[in-house]
Design a protein around this ligand. Structure first.
Ligand code: F3S
Length: 769
C-alpha cells in the first residue's frame, strides 16, 4: 500500500497530526518489513517514535524482539495535567526557561475541591481555599500558552475524553488514570511531572517497549453486568501487579457491543493492574461519541486515518498473552476492601461479607467520578432511581453523585437524571475528584476511627483513600450495583435475586438497568465559566508565586551524583506489606502542599508499616529515640546523612504521583531497595536521581534492617557505563557489625543513567535547553 499523497487537516489542534503519523507508520513498516503484523498498541506507539530505526533495531535482535527490550524514544502529541501534579510539573518546566510548550498541553483543576455539602458551596469554598494555587496555574497557563480548565470544569480524564482524546493520538498525563482515553483508541500514559516536562520541552520521552496482553471479548453484556465488571473481573485475575510492563489491548467481537464511555471505564481501571496503558480498537461507537461531543471533524479524519493504517491489530499480530472474557456470562463484581484486585462476584458477596465479618450496614454509596459518570452510566442509574422512587422508596444510605465534567452535568440536567437524583435525596457534588482522592468532609456522622462500609463506582480503594478514615472499608462496583445497595442500605443485598419492602409492605425488585449510550441530542455545552481558556503564550505574564507562600515554592536543583560510590547510607525504614504512592506521599489534606516540596515532605511514608515492630509511621534513630518516619528523615537530612528505604513487592503501586519520589529525594534518599517496583514509580525515582534496586534474591530482604550502614558496589561504574553492569550493596549490621554483600538488579537505561549522574532529569534538561 502506498502512502504517497494522503491529505489531512493540519490546521485544527484537536485533530491528531495524522499526516505525520502516516509517514512515521510507513517508516516503521519499512524498518520492520512490509509483511510485519502489529498489534494496535504497537502501531500507534511506534508511529510516535522519534527515530524508528534507532529505537526498533537497537538491542532487539534486528527488530525481532522489540517488546520488553527496546527503549522507545517517543514524541507524544499532547500533555494533560491535573492541578495537584501540574504544580510540580510547571515548577520544573519553569526552570528550563522556555517561552512556550513544544506540544499542546492542558491543565485541569479537579483534585483540590473538597466534597462536603454539594456542588455550589463546595466549589466556592474550594476556590477560596486554593486561590493561590489556581492563580499560579492560570498565570503559568497564560504565560506558556497552555489550555486552562478552571475549577468546576471537570475531572481531567472526562474532559480529555470529551475534548482531546482521538483515535491514533498519543498523549501523556500527570495522573495514573490517564489511560481512560484508551477508550477512544488513544495511547494515553500516566507519568510523573518530570516525564511531562520532557514532552513539554520537546525532548523524546523514553519507554521500555511494553509487551501486549490481548483481552478478547466475546458475546454481549446483558442484565446487571456493565463495562465496569469487565475490569473488576480482570483485576481479580491479574492482581495489582499482573499488568506491569504490558499494554492491555482489547479485541474480539464483543468490542463493538460496547459504548465508547464503557471502553473508557475499562481502560481507566487498567491502572489498577499496573498496566502501562489500555486501548480499544476504533469502533463505530467512537464515531457516535465524537459526533455527539461536537467533533464531527475529528471523527471524519479518524476514519480516513484508519482507512490507511487500520486502527486495529493486523491479521496475524501476536499478543504475548491472551485472556478471553465472555461478556454474556460475566457477573457483576465487587472489589475490595483496601485493594482493587480482591474481586468477588455479586452472587458470592453476601456470603463473603458474613464470613469475613465485614460491615453489613452500608454507610454511603458514591457514584460518578472520572471512572463512571458517563451518560450511559447515569441514565442506567436514573432508570433504577426513578423506579424505586415510584415505588415509594428512598436510599437507605447516603447517596453522592460526582459528575465528571460540566458538559456531562449540563446534559444530565437538561435530560432529567440530575433532578431525579436530587428527588431521591442524593447530594450532587462538584465536577471534581472530591471523595475519590480523600477530599471528602463527611457530613453523615461517621467519625474517624469508626468501622464502616462504603461502596463507590470509583477506581481505587486503598485504605483511607476516600475519607481519610483507615477503618472505612471501601468497595468498588458499577454505579448500578452501588445504587441498588444504597437503596437497600446493606452490603448483603443482591438486586438480581433480592427484593426490598416498600412502606406499604409490598415487595419491590429492581428491573435490570438500561440506559442510553449517548443523548438523543448532542451533549450540552458546558456553562461559560467552566469552559477551557486557551491563549497564545504571553511572555509578559508574571507567574504568581509569593515568596512567603506555604503552598508554592520555587525548586532548587538536587546535587549531582558524587564521583564515587555512595557510602555511609543508612536504612531509614524497612517497610513491610503494601507500600503504595499513597503510603509514600499521602493525599487528602496534604494535597494543598503539592507545590511546596519542603512542606509536603512532612508526610513522607507516614502510613508505612515498619517491618521490625509492625508499627505504623514509627522509626527509631541510632540512639534508640523514637520518631515518626518523616521526622527521622528530616533529622537525617539536617545531619547530612543520606539514606535508603527497604521494602517488599510492587513498591510505589498506585498513582503517577512524582512527589513519592521527590520527597524522599529532598529528604536525603539515594537508593530504594525492594522486591519489586510499580513501573511509573520506578521511573519517577530515576528521574529524581534516586537509584531503584531490587533484590537479586528476595530472601535477602531478611538480611538488612533499619539503621544498617550501606555502601554501593559497582553503582558508579554502572551509571558511567550507561546502565550496564552489576550493582551490589555492602551492608553492615547496625547492631552486630557483621557485613554481608547483597546482590541487586536494576533497570537503568542509558538515558536514565545520565539523569542519575546529573542529579535529576531536570538538571540534565536544563543543561541542554
Ligand atoms: Fe480524580 Fe479519582 Fe479520577 S482522583 S482523576 S476522580 S481517579
Amino acid at each position: 500500500r502506498s502512502f504517497a499523497t494522503p491529505t489531512f487537516d493540519t490546521s485544527n489542534p484537536r485533530i491528531p497530526p495524522y499526516l505525520k503519523l502516516v509517514k512515521n507508520y510507513e517508516k516503521v513498516k519499512e524498518v520492520l518489513g512490509k509483511g510485519s503484523a502489529l498489534t494496535l498498541a504497537e502501531k500507534i506507539l511506534y508511529s510516535h517514535l522519534d527515530n524508528a530505526e534507532e529505537s526498533l533495531l537497537t538491542n532487539t535482535n534486528g527488530g525481532r524482539d522489540i517488546r520488553g527490550a527496546a527503549n522507545l524514544k517517543l514524541k507524544p502529541d499532547r500533555v494533560a495535567m491535573q492541578d495537584a501534579s501540574a504544580q510540580m510539573a510547571l515548577l520544573q518546566f519553569m526552570t528550563c526557561n522556555l517561552p512556550t510548550t513544544a506540544i499542546p498541553a492542558s491543565i485541569h483543576c479537579d483534585h483540590l475541591i473538597v466534597g462536603e455539602n454539594g456542588a455550589k458551596s463546595d466549589l466556592e469554598s474550594g476556590i477560596k481555599m486554593n486561590q493561590e494555587v489556581f492563580d499560579f496555574l492560570e498565570s503559568a497557563s497564560k504565560k506558556y500558552g497552555i489550555e486552562f480548565w478552571p475549577p468546576g470544569a471537570g475531572i481531567i480524564h472526562q474532559s480529555v475524553l470529551e475534548n482531546y482524546a482521538a483515535p491514533g493520538l498519543m498523549m501523556l498525563g500527570t495522573d495514573s488514570h490517564t489511560p481512560n482515553a484508551g477508550g477512544l483508541s488513544t495511547i494515553a500514559i500516566g507519568v510523573g511531572g518530570a516525564d511531562a516536562v520532557e514532552a513539554l520541552v520537546g525532548a523524546p520521552w523514553e519507554l521500555k517497549a511494553p509487551r501486549v496482553l490481548g483481552v478478547k471479548l466475546i458475546n454481549k453484556l446483558s442484565g446487571w453486568a456493565s463495562p465496569k465488571d469487565i475490569i473488576l473481573n480482570l483485576a481479580g485475575q491479574l492482581t495489582v501487579r499482573g499488568g506491569t510492563g504490558y499494554i492491555i489491548e482489547y479485541f474480539g467481537p464483543g468490542v463493538e457491543t460496547l459504548s465508547c464511555t464503557g471502553m473508557a471505564t475499562v481502560c481507566n481501571m487498567g491502572a489498577e493492574v499496573g498496566a502501562t496503558t489500555s486501548i480499544f480498537p476504533f469502533s463505530p461507537a467512537h464515531v457516535r461519541y465524537l459526533e455527539s461531543t461536537h467533533r464531527h471533524d475529528v471523527a471524519a479524519e479518524a476514519k480516513r486515518f484508519s482507512d490507511i493504517v487500520s486502527l486495529r491489530a493486523d491479521e496475524g499480530a501476536q499478543y504475548d498473552e491472551v485472556i478471553t472474557i465472555d461478556l454474556a456470562t460475566l457477573e457483576p463484581h465487587i472489589n475490595g476492601p483496601f485493594t482493587p484486585d480482591l474481586s468477588t462476584p455479586l452472587s458470592q458477596f453476601k456470603k463473603t461479607v458474613q464470613e469475613e465479618n465485614w460491615p453489613e450496614k452500608l454507610s454511603a454509596g458514591l457514584i460518578g467520578s472520572c471512572t463512571n459518570s458517563s451518560y450511559e452510566d447515569m441514565t442506567r442509574v436514573e432508570g433504577m432511581v426513578r423506579e424505586a422512587l415510584d415505588a415509594g422508596l428512598k436510599p437507605a444510605s447516603h447517596f453522592y453523585i460526582t459528575p465528571g465534567s460540566d458538559q456531562i452535568r449540563e446534559t444530565l440536567r437538561r435530560d432529567g437524571p440530575l433532578d431525579t437524583f436530587k428527588e431521591a435525596g442524593g447530594t450532587v457534588l462538584s465536577n471534581a475528584c472530591g471523595p475519590c482522592i480523600g477530599q471528602w468532609k463527611r457530613q453523615d456522622g461517621v467519625e474517624k476511627g469508626t468501622s464502616n462500609a462504603i461502596l463507590t463506582s470509583f477506581n481505587r480503594n486503598f485504605r483511607g483513600r476516600n475519607d481519610g478514615n483507615l477503618d472505612t472499608m471501601n468497595f468498588l462496583a458499577s454505579p448500578e450495583i452501588v445504587t441498588a445497595m444504597t437503596f437497600a442500605g446493606t452490603t448483603t443485598f443482591n438486586p438480581m435475586t433480592d427484593s426490598l419492602q416498600t412502606a406499604s409492605g409490598k415487595e419491590f425488585r429492581f428491573t435490570p438497568p438500561s440506559g442510553k449510550e449517548i443523548p438523543l441530542q448532542p451533549f450540552e455545552i458546558a456553562r461559560e465559566e467552566f469552559r477551557a481558556v486557551a491563549s497564545a503564550p504571553d511572555s509578559s505574564v508574571d507567574v504568581a508565586i509569593s515568596p512567603s507562600s506555604s503552598r508554592l515554592a520555587l525548586l532548587e536543583p538536587f546535587e549531582p551524583f558524587p564521583a564515587s560510590e555512595l557510602t555511609g547510607l543508612r536504612v531509614l525504614v524497612k517497610v513491610t506489606g503494601k507500600c503504595t504512592t499513597d503510603t509514600i506521599s499521602a493525599a487528602g489534606p496534604w494535597l494543598k502542599y503539592k507545590g511546596h516540596l519542603p512542606n509536603i515532605s512532612a508526610n513522607t511514608l507516614n502510613t508505612a508499616t515498619t517491618a521490625e515492630t509492625g508499627e505504623v509511621n514509627v522509626a527509631y534513630d541510632m540512639d534508640g529515640s523514637q520518631h515518626t518516619i518523616p521526622d527521622l528523615a528530616q533529622r537525617w537530612r539536617d545531619a547530612a546523612r543520606p539514606w535508603l528505604v527497604v521494602a517488599e513487592h510492587n513498591y510505589g503501586e498506585g498513582s503517577a504521583r512524582e512527589h513519592a519520589a521527590l520527597q524522599p529525594r529532598y529528604l536525603g534518599a539515594r537508593v530504594v531497595l525492594t522486591k519489586s517496583f510499580a513501573r511509573i514509580h520506578e521511573t519517577n525515582l530515576k528521574k529524581q536521581g534516586v537509584v531503584p534496586l531490587t533484590f537479586a534474591n528476595e530472601a535477602d530482604y531478611d538480611r538488612i534492617n533499619a539503621c544498617d550502614e550501606v555502601e554501593t558496589v559497582g553503582l558508579l561504574d554502572m551509571l558511567r557505563n550507561g546502565g550496564q553492569g552489576e550493582v551490589s550493596l555492602r551492608v553492615k549490621n547496625f547492631r552486630t557489625g557483621e557485613e554481608v554483600l547483597i546482590p541487586t538488579r536494576h533497570a537503568v537505561s542509558r538515558d536514565q543513567a545520565q539523569f542519575i549522574l546529573a542529579g535529576s532529569a531536570l538538571n540534565l534538561l536544563s543543561q541542554k535547553s
